[in-house]
Ligand binder design. Sequence first.
Ligand code: ADP
Ligand code: MG
Length: 240
Amino acid sequence: MIDIKNLSKWYGSFQVLTDCTTSVKKGEVVVVCGPSGSGKSTLIKCVNMLEPFQQGTVTVDGISVGDPKTNLPKLRSRVGMVFQHFELFPHLTITQNLTLAQMKVLGRSREEAETKGLGLLERVGLKAQAKKFPGQLSGGQQQRVAIARALSMDPICMLFDEPTSALDPEMINEVLDVMVELAQEGMTMMCVTHEMGFARKVADRVIFMDQGKIVEDCKKDDFFGSPRSDRAQLFLSKIL
Ligand code: ADP
Ligand code: MG
């Protein structure tokens, strides 16, 4: 579903990604971890070209994202993305947040979009909040709305960039629970997260990055059992 080959990227003269190669199969859940500044966000943003790159190729469902002929808005509409900060539209109600892109991008009728949006809102346990504004919800609730909004576009895969790292501890699990459910239903997911409990539960593979390189890319059990690199061992010893 996602295929990253020999990807390198520079910010000016600073090389942020060096020759990264990995892939995510349909239905697979891959967790990306590593120290701050190692290039995790940049890597995941290259998947839907939120960040352009200079070398290598990235394809999503067989479509090359770097090809100038690719219809990027169309591709992006099929790749769900959830960031650290919830990025809901503050001046729109939860229902409006859930329906806007469905109507504008997918051309769904309001009725169709609302049925879909409210169904997803129920699924993340927030049906009662439909008429509220984002500011009236807790951080954990807003992040669940952000996930529901991404799902409302019927994504072929989901990208997460530290979706729980800005949340108070008591809200982390309500968001992780939604992500676990999604993973168990077979969604293809690439998740930057340091929530190793989540990784242990649902990840198929773990990628460990350091200084712009993919240092480890292995099955979950191998990663937690005995990471090959000293850097990953040190990282694990600090966060577990
Ligand atoms: P991570 O998500 O692993 O913390 P990032 O992908 O955000 O890492 O950043 C990797 C490196 O690239 C960091 O050193 C960061 O300072 C640098 N960086 C990120 N965004 C930019 C930018 N827009 N311009 C220049 N440097 C950047
Ligand atoms: Mg980051």
